[in-house]
Structures are given as C-alpha cells and as structure tokens.
Ligand binder design. Structure first.
Ligand code: DGJ
Length: 734
C-alpha cells in the first residue's frame, strides 16, 4: 500500500505529517483553535486520542465565544497564535485594520493536501525535483469576524527528517489591512522537558557564527537582526536541544529562516513552562499593507529533527541545503581552487602585477584567478565608484578582457568581484541619479565604509544596475562572480513608498535583490556565483538559493577560522563554505601560523589562496603545489561527503572534524591543537560514520585500522610541538 505522508482523521480532527523518521502533529481543538501537539521522532502507531489537558487558571481567560473556563488560548499550545484574544504570549501575527483595531482571532476553516511543494514566488525556498518527493498540507485559518485568511503551509519531505513551513495572508475584506508582524512559523512546545536549551550563532564582522548555547528560561529570548541583512551578528538559524544533547546523541531541531533580511527568532517560556517558538521577518521597522484581494507570502522556514545529536541535525540540513536549496550547474560540481588578489594587492594593482600572480598560480596548478575590488569606475580606495560598473580605464593595460584572456590562455578560469547593491557619493551613478540612494530626502544619510545603499526595492534602480552588470558579463568571458555587500542598511526610507508604507522598504529591498539575482543566475547559468558580505554578513539559506557558495568571513587566520568554520558547519554544508590560505602575519590578527596549518584548515572548505604568490619562497611554492594536488584528491570527499564535528574549539584546545564519503570507503580527519604546553596530556579523538568491519589504510603512514577501532578506541592526537599545529589523516578502505 502506498504510504500516506499527511493524514487527517475526521473523528479526532488530527493532522499527522509523517515519514519514517519524523512526525508532526496538529489538531483542530474545540471551536477551531489550531493546537500544536508534537514534532519529533516518527510515531508509527498513533490513535490520535491524546488531547491537551485543560485547567482553569487565573487571569488566563476563555477562548472567545466559549464559556469553558478551563479552555484558554493563553495556555493552549498553538500552531499560529492570534493577537488580542487572551493569549498574552508573543503573537505570530499582528494585523491592523482601518478602524485601528489590531484584534484578530484565527480559527480553522479548511485544509487541502497537495502532492509536491508549491513555489514561493519571489522568495528563495527549498524545492523538490518531482511530486513524489514531498507532500504539502495547507491549513486555512480565518479570522472569526473578518474575511482575513491565513494559509499555513507544511511540506514534509518523504525521505528526509525535514518539514518546511510558510504562511500566506489573504485579504478578502473590503478594506486595506496592515501586517505589523507576520511570522513564518510558530511551534508551541509542551513542557515535555525535551527541549530546554537553545543554540544560536551570534558573532561580529571577522568573528561570525560562534556557537552559543544557553538554557531556555522564563520570559522572552530573541535572536535577531535589525541590520537589513541576515548579518554577521546573529545568523538566521537556531537549534533547540536537550541539555544532554551532544554531537552524536540526543534530540535536536534545527530551524533555518530562508531569508536574507531582518529576521527574528523568538522564544517565550510561559507561566507553565511551555515554550513558544516563532521565526520570521523581524517586526522591527516592518509593516506591509494589503489592499482588498492582495496576498502576502512570508519567507520559508526549514525545520530538521534529529535524535542523533547535532551531527545528525547538521547532516540533514547539509543535505537539504546542498540538494534542494542550492541550484544551478555548479550545485554538485567540484569547485575550482582559486587565487584571489584581495589580500595580495588590495586596490593597488596593475596588469603586470596581476599577470605575475596569474603566472605563478598557473605554475602551481591553481585553477581560477579572481580579480577582486578595484577594477571599475576610478576605484583606488573604498571611497568611490560603487555603482559605476564599467572598467577603470587605464588601470589594466589591456582591460579586464585582456586579463580574462590572459587567465584563460593559462588554462585557468577567470572570476570578477562586484558589489551591486551599493552606491558611492563619488560616482557617475550618484551624479546622474542621486535619488537612487536609499535615504529620506534632505536628511543626511549615514555612511559606512564611505558607501551607501541603493534602494533596490525600486525597479528602475535594479534595472540600471542590471544593465551595467550585463554589459560586462556579456562582453567578458567570466566564469565566476563574487557578489559582495559591505555595509548594513540604514536610512531605511524609500521615495517609492507612501508615508504609511515606509515599513515596507527593507523587505522590498530584499525582494528587489532577490529579483535581480534571479534574472542574473538564469541569464548566466554557467557562472559560478559566490556570495559575500564583508565576509559572512549574509551567509544564510536564502542566499544559497542563488549562490551555491559564500565567503564565510573576512578573517583568514587559520586559528580563528577553526571556530568560524566549526560554527558555520552547524547549519550550512561544507560545499557552501569557501576557505583561503592567506599570508602571515595574518592581516586580521597578526598571528603567524605555518603554511601547513593554514592549508589544513582551508582544505576543510572550498579551497583557495588569497596572498601574493609572487612573494613566496621556492620552498613555500613546493608546499603550495603539494597542497593543490592534495586538495584535488580529497575535493569530492570534502565538498560532498558527510561531515562530522568531533571536538569543539569552543570547548578547549583541541579541534577535530572529519569527512566520510557517502559509501564510507574514504575519510579525512582534521585535528588541530591551538596552544602548546611543556607537559602535554595526550588526547584521543573518536571517529564516527565509518564502516565498523572495514579495514582502512592511512595514506601517509600506510598503517591499517578497522573502522570499529577508529570509532571505539579512537586515534591518537599527535604529540604536537609548538602552537597552532594541525594534522590530516586520510583513510581509505582496503
Ligand atoms: C569584503 C570582502 O569580504 C573581501 O573579501 C573583499 O572582497 C573586500 N570586500 C573588497 O572590498
């Protein structure tokens, strides 16, 4: 019999989304209040009879229209809460009507079940290759009094422990309504004691996605960005875990918001220790007006469940993001080893310098050269020319085309840097169109890195930029584009929005960026696109839909990278994370590490170099050549293997992680010890994910080990000498 992935029991009014790994259960409670019952490990035998207990609690009044004192929205775990009907916890939505009322009370109205997964128009989202991959439940809620409808979409992937969610608001009233808050999902966890901690990924520029774990406490916890982008400071991801959950065991729910603008993840532990979880567009500086008949679509949320700890959760997210969020020709293609001239030259380059770097790169076997910032307008520093996407005449002898041809003649690919969402006051574009700059007219806008935002919500602005980009991309043979964004939004005001609609500006900006990206990735399918935002300011699931890889941080220090790459791997696949070897002393920290250490750490990502190859000694060049060959040999394993975190740099001096090929015949282990000590204690690292009975040979030493012993007895961390030491173990099944 064909398995049914979404069932509705008419008697109990329970919806059960289920595959072999997970169950998600919701129930239409009395008077149509939608009750959340469960998300977690699959329940294969379920009667549907367990209902939520009721109790008359003081100051938690009744469900409107129902006299039953013990039945209150203030304590009932819900799927999507209303505002103003005696639920005092954070609401999922606030909708204001023309009479000023922001009261609403959404109740179950209808549902439908569809094969596959609907598209989210204009927004990035996870997708399916065919309708057999998933089933979607759409639950329709209606306000008790008004013709305002919510469509809650739940897609269950049949073969993954993943549910995606999003919400559509339909205004079928005769008046305009204003969304003041609209979450993409809500889940109210009952007080099962299972999820009592939350992990977030806070950080800063040069210190992105640090793992932060804390108890869920009474009151509100919020993890958000108000910077207009998903931000370096708080990534658009959280995980809910048990205090006992570790990398290999225990429950974990990972929640991604597939969105690159202001986001908010809110937790509220209520009076009886239940936890409301909300995720969506941040309501800070947000409002959205819907005229009669109009519809608003929220961004999507991805929820992955694992009972095998954080590695299990990350593994499912890695697969989903790599296989069903990232798109395009390069999605599953091995990514080229590049050299980027940014830290080699910054703005100070000419043809001769670039050609010298390219010559060296070709000699060393590097596969792509990327020309970074400084090739356009009259840009010799970061004070000018953003918005002028035409060549800096005379800076490069034979122009960009000359460099591209030179690179191609050497058998390498050519990449170019852009920062399309920005404008410099010192630019041709600003002279011609000062109004393109996002600001309130006649108010001095805040500069950051001496640059400003373009109002990408406006079509004419996007078109002007697109035209310029296409002129370059049509003329010059470009294999790769680095798409940068080097400041946060400010002066969020758009001349295209009316006074009442200014709250739409930030979201319209992101929608505009998405539209432009969609045009470009479709028009230039062969280009490999890499996202960047001063490093990792927009490393999110939304951007991954357009660009399969991203620069996770401007910090190229191998030691600091351990934490950044470890933290990033919690939520994002290795194929999305680029990593470069740079010069020492490191430009961000001043630290000196060996070329081996820098190489070993960078080889745990999409590998490349970012230093002046012409300044390297012959001895160093020999090492680089070996590193390039070594990476070529392990590239499929690193970029597309299973990734496991073993020892956390957030917990001590020792970092370890590993990659295992899908068929378990090959593995790569990276171990790093940060600081040396004169009387070191010895450590072992316990591998995982291998075939127990298989015999593996370490490629450098020739030593044989069984999978079982590698996982149970562990491997020795070498008796390193000196600070910042690393080693790679490459195991192959014999
Ligand atoms: C910030 C990026 O992260 C760097 O890699 C570099 O491209 C600079 N911008 C260029 O301005």
């Amino acid at each position: 019999m064909k398995q049914s992935y979404v069932e509705f029991d008419k008697d109990t009014e329970v919806f059960h989304l289920r595959n072999n790994e997970i169950s998600y259960i919701l129930k239409v409670e009395e008077d149509g209040v939608l009750n959340h019952l469960y998300f977690g490990k699959a329940i294969q035998h379920y009667s549907g009879n367990k209902t939520y207990l009721r109790r008359d609690r003081g100051f938690s009044g009744n469900v409107p229209g129902n006299a039953e004192r013990a039945y209150s929205k203030d304590t009932l775990p819900q799927e999507y809460s209303s505002h103003g009907s005696m639920d005092y916890r954070l609401p999922a939505t606030i909708i204001r009507r023309e009479n000023g009322s922001n009261l609403h009370d959404f109740r179950f109205s209808d549902y439908r079940i569809e094969a596959g997964k609907p598209e989210l128009e204009g927004l990035p989202h996870s997708y399916v290759r065919n309708e057999e991959e998933s089933t979607t439940l759409i639950v329709i809620l209606k306000d008790r009094d008004q013709e305002i409808y919510l469509e809650l979409a739940y897609t269950i992937y049949h073969e993954r422990p993943v549910i995606t969610r999003s919400v559509k608001v339909l205004n079928r009233t005769r008046e305009s309504i204003v969304l003041e808050k609209i979450a993409s999902m809500q889940t109210d966890l009952t007080n099962s004691g299972i999820y009592d901690e939350v992990i977030s990924l806070p950080g800063a520029h040069l210190r992105e996605r640090q793992i932060h774990r804390e108890p869920i406490h009474s009151g509100i916890q919020s993890f958000e960005s108000r910077r207009g982008a998903s931000s370096h400071h708080m990534n658009s991801f959280i995980a809910l875990v048990n205090h006992d959950t570790n990398e290999i065991s225990g429950p974990a729910i990972g929640i991604h918001l597939v969105y690159s603008g202001n986001h908010a993840f809110q937790l509220e532990k209520d009076q009886i220790d239940q936890v409301r979880v909300l995720a969506g567009i941040n309501d800070y500086n947000f409002s959205w007006s819907l005229s009669p008949g109009e519809v608003f679509q929220t961004p999507e949320v991805i929820m992955a469940y694992s009972d095998q700890g954080l590695n299990g959760m990350s593994g499912s997210l890695h697969h989903l993001l790599r296989e069903r969020v990232a798109r395009g020709m390069h999605q599953f293609k091995e990514r080229p080893i590049l050299v980027n001239n940014w830290e080699a030259t910054y703005f100070d380059f000419d043809s001769q310098k670039i050609e010298q770097i390219v010559d060296e790169a070709a000699e060393l076997g590097i596969e792509m050269f990327v020309l970074d910032d400084g090739w356009f307008g009259h840009r010799d520093s970061d004070n000018s020319s953003l918005g002028d996407w035409f060549e800096y005449e005379g800076k490069l002898k034979n122009g960009i085309k000359g460099i591209a041809d030179y690179v191609h003649q050497k058998g390498m690919q050519f990449g170019l840097w852009f920062e399309p969402e920005m404008i410099s006051i010192d630019s041709q574009l600003y002279k011609e169109h000062p109004d393109y700059l996002m600001q309130e007219p006649n108010r001095t806008p805040s500069a950051s890195r001496d640059q400003h935002l373009l109002d990408m919500g406006r079509q004419e602005v996007r078109q002007a930029i697109e035209k310029q980009l296409c002129a370059i991309l049509d003329e010059i043979p470009i294999d790769y584009v680095k798409w940068d964004m080097n400041r946060s939004l400010s002066d969020v005001y758009s001349i295209q929005c009316s006074a009442e609609n200014q709250g739409e500006t930030a979201h319209r900006h992101i929608l505009g960026v998405y539209e432009l990206l969609e045009h470009l990735v479709n028009r230039y399918p062969k280009i490999l696109w890499e996202g960047c935002s001063g490093g990792g300011g927009r490393f999110d699931a939304g951007f991954l839909y357009y660009m399969p890889q991203s620069w996770p941080t401007d910090n190229t220090d191998a030691v600091e990278r351990l934490k950044i790459q470890y933290g990033t791997s919690l939520a994002y696949p290795i194929s999305s994370m680029t990593a470069h070897v740079s010069a020492v002393p490191n430009h961000q920290t001043g630290r000196i590490t060996s070329l081996k250490t820098r190489g070993d750490v960078a080889m745990s990502g999409v590998f490349g170099y970012e230093l002046d190859l012409t300044e390297m000694t012959e001895k160093e060049k020999v090492i680089v050549k070996e590193q390039v060959q070594q990476y070529q040999a392990i590239r499929p394993l690193v970029q597309f293997g299973e990734f496991y975190r073993l020892n956390s740099p957030f917990e001590g001096n020792l970092t370890a992680w590993m990659f295992v090929s899908p068929d378990k015949t090959e593995a790569l282990v990276m171990m790093a010890r940060t600081l040396a000590s004169a009387q070191p204690v010895f450590h072992e690292v316990f591998l995982t994910g291998l075939e127990t009975t298989a015999r593996y040979q370490e490629q450098k030493t020739g030593q044989f080990y069984f999978g079982d012993e590698l996982m149970t007895l562990g491997v020795n961390v070498p008796d390193f000498y000196g600070d910042f030491q690393t080693t790679l173990l490459h195991l192959k099944k014999v």
